[in-house]
Design a protein around this ligand. Structure first.
Ligand SMILES: NC(=O)c1ccc[n+]([C@@H]2O[C@H](COP(=O)([O-])OP(=O)(O)OC[C@H]3O[C@@H](n4cnc5c(N)ncnc54)[C@H](OP(=O)(O)O)[C@@H]3O)[C@@H](O)[C@H]2O)c1
Length: 281
């Protein structure tokens, strides 16, 4: 099998390429320099030339707050860029895998979102990722995997920010009214490589396992595992005014994974421990 991985300089794409190589699966990673997904002709030429069996599409505009002022640019990448990829996969009759987000939901209530629940994004990033989902759904040979609160070796994320702030200040305030779950790209990459070799098309939620947490809970565990003495104060989202509204309820039900016989990702505390080791290495 030969797969094309977009966004390979990002957190997830990097780990997917590595995981595929570790299993002797041919994987070619491209990023904006090799294939700008907003350029339909380039997307066509790169995918067609490679004789790929599937495309794992990790590239995206992921700067959530910046997105609020740049709707056209963000839509071009997340919605139209995804559409460009889907159209070539359709022509070649090969599967496409797309990654989406808890931000497609409106964040109300406390019940975990099911995979086919009503989508109603609250911010520009979520809206454009939703439009990307619609493009992908128009082609039957698709996988959509929704993830949340992502961390990986190759990029900036909440853990790196906490470690830096904890070191610089010795005290941090962290929101405790957004509830969800983290996703370690190393763990997700293993599922991605399993799934792309099947025909179990559809929409999945795939985060690490365990009881749902807040960012405050996550920060406390980060400092505990890192052996850092940092004072963590829980605060309301209103204490941190940001441009893009975040959903309060990001809990995601993962029953489609179970129903299709895929193993859930490991517990988030275990993932964090392995990630902190990975950062040292
Ligand atoms: N990060 C999260 O917390 C999160 C949560 C839920 C879902 N997701 C989704 O999960 C997937 C992977 O996320 P990630 O955190 O790995 O993202 P990431 O680290 O931001 O990586 C995305 C990559 O896509 C590249 N890219 C941007 N515009 C492009 C274009 N026009 N053509 C080609 N490549 C382009 C980026 O390049 P530049 O860096 O140069 O822009 C970057 O290398 C994305 O679909 C994202 O929407 C992420």
């Amino acid at each position: 099998m030969k797969i094309l991985v977009t966004g390979y300089k990002g957190q997830l794409g990097y780990d997917v390429v590595n995981e595929a190589h570790a299993r002797q699966i041919e994987a070619v990673g491209v990023d904006i320099d090799e294939m700008d997904i907003t350029n339909a002709q380039q997307v066509h030429d790169v995918i067609t030339a490679g004789a790929y069996d599937a495309v794992v599409h990790c590239a995206a505009w992921t700067a959530v707050d910046k997105a609020e002022d740049m709707v056209d640019v963000v839509r071009k990448v997340n919605a139209e860029g995804t559409k460009n990829i889907v159209e070539v996969c359709r022509q070649l009759d090969i599967p496409v895998m797309y990654f989406s987000t808890d931000y497609v939901f409106n964040g109300q209530g406390t019940i975990p979102w099911k995979e086919y629940d009503h989508r109603e994004p609250l911010n520009v990033y979520g809206q454009t990722k939703y439009e990307g989902e619609l493009a992908v759904e128009s082609y039957p040979k698709h996988f959509i995997i929704r993830i949340s609160w992502v961390f990986g070796k190759n990029g900036n994320n909440f853990i790196k920010t906490m470690l830096r702030l904890g070191k610089e200040r010795g005290a941090v305030s962290v929101v405790n009214d957004q509830i969800g779950m983290v996703t370690y790209t190393y763990d997700l990459a293993r599922l991605v490589v399993d799934m792309i070799q099947t025909q179990a098309y559809g929409t999945y939620h795939a985060t690490n396992s365990g009881d749902f947490i807040s960012w405050y809970d996550f920060a406390c565990e980060i400092f505990k595992q890192a052996g850092m003495d940092v004072k963590v104060t829980p605060v309301d989202s209103s204490a941190f005014p940001v441009k893009a509204v975040r959903p309060k309820n990001s809990r995601m039900n993962q029953s489609e994974l179970d129903d299709h016989g895929f193993e859930r990702l490991p517990h988030w505390k275990d993932a964090l421990a392995r990630y902190l080791d990975e950062l040292k290495g």
